[in-house]
Design a protein around this ligand. Sequence first.
Ligand SMILES: [Zn+2]
Length: 615
Amino acid sequence: MTEQIRFGDRLFLPVLMAPYRLRADDPPQRKLWIYVLDPAGIGLKKPTQCVDIPYEPLGAEGIRGAVFEVEHAPLPSYLRKHLDWPDRLIQEFENKPLHLDEPRLAMSGGIAPCTGTPLFAGQMAYAVCQRVYESFTEALGRSPTWGPWAAHRIRNGEAATLRIQPFALEEANAYYDADSGTLKFGVFETVPDGSSNLLPGGLVMTTLSHDIIAHEVTHALLDGMRAHFRVNTHPDVPAFHEGFADLVALFQHFRYPSLVEQAIEDHGGLNSDMLLELGREFGEALSGVEGRSLRHAIQQTVLPGQSADSQPLSYTDAPVNEPHKRSGVLVSAIFSAYLQIYEGRAKELLRLANFATHGQQQRALPSELISLLANEATKIAEEFLNVCIRAIDYCPPLDVRFGDYLRAIITADRMLNKEDGTGMREALIREFRRRNVDLRKVRDLSEYSLEWNSPSPIDRPQIPGLAWSQLRFANDGLTAQSVAEVEQQAGALGDFLSFQLDQGSQLVSELGLTGISGDFGPITIESLRPVARRARNGRLLHGMVAEISQCCSTPDGPAWGGSTLVLTEEGQIEFAIRKRVDDEERLSAQRKNLRDSEGNPNFSFKHMHGLHDQG
Ligand SMILES: [Zn+2]
């Protein structure tokens, strides 16, 4: 390998950070109490649940797991004022971190849910983060890793755990701090004459919102998969981060069967705010308006002069400077497709039930039917959530647009399942089309055309040294055996790229790269990960996914291009999902976007979740 190739910061993280591996005498899971919806969700029969999370030992020093750590800090003064605790209780809190392995707590699912117990807030954040992490592990077929901050921490001899600060801010905000690797949650007062669901002037802890925790930890997980998605190259990029975090948070609702059953019982279907809205307590507390959630899965952003029942917000009309509003195009397209698939399936079950009761329409759905319908809703939601997460492996390494994401979903699903069994792909294509999402470089809207198709089928070389049979794994059978093994694998890819560059091969251009000279810097291998995925028919597929980037210096600052390489079990390049580093049209769009966003190349999540961004 020559000096034309570099290794990125995140390359070795899969070996250096790993979730706890169960020992034979460990319990498989730990039970913990959480609020499944915001505590202000009035009318919910079961607002709390004791859920299973992957087990790991947690000592007496507080919640310090292998991938998450809850900070146990002194109570800030504003919280002391609100809690109005005697000094004895405050001291007890400060001297005694939560010890979830203590036998009584371990047997009772930790602390019982309570809005006035700061220790519970930490337990809840930990539990929800672990559940979302588990969703990613299942969908990706590997353990997710963190963003560049984790590599810096490891270099400094610190643990690469995502830090959770339950009371980091006295404000209506919560965000992922991508510089320090921290989830910061705010605490704030409701407006004095708030909605009837909330106590006026009462305290809202954002750590008690399942939706907000799931959304924030998803930002951190996405940053671990695609660190360049924080580079503000196009209005779609920050909007994608927001939309993806909302999608994951929304689909988490369907992992709680009692929630889904209640929605079906009360509304006859899934079109219930309980399932489709995000952050109700936060929204009500800020606005004082009852039922005003932070965001909604399918309710459209209504533009001035439009009525709420008009066509869905078109991609071409979506605001360019408001990522949350823009992300509504993506979220509503995917959720509408989900609801269509569910409704189709529910119709079949309802027809069957009517037949079984001699065609008599029942006034209330029998509980057995509700549970069957809920089961279907959960299964379909799991399928959507899985493909939404897995599709990130099929996204370009940077400058992601909504249209790219649709193509990534179609490709990811077609790779595992040739047949569109449930009609999911067709529904998704239709909903993206209805919103005029830009798919300019696609011949037509068939699945075949939408699937990525580069490099050309006749030129898909095999990379020596990266066939599955040549890789050496740790005991889990999926993580590379050692740092030296990652070095060897990345070296094999580097040698291959160097050779192609030296030969002036056409493949370099197919990968979105160019020769290293003048403004074009070296090529960086950002990540290289083995993956194993199971298709609907049970078939297990192995392969690798690599992210490669190249930087180009422009008068307006750095710009990037590169490829995501999806390799087959034999180490052959199946897809190169690229953004050309020398694409003048794309770079000029990036320059324009940078000017519009006041020249800040990386966007921060800090200012995206506060009061002013509600909508
Ligand atoms: Zn966000």
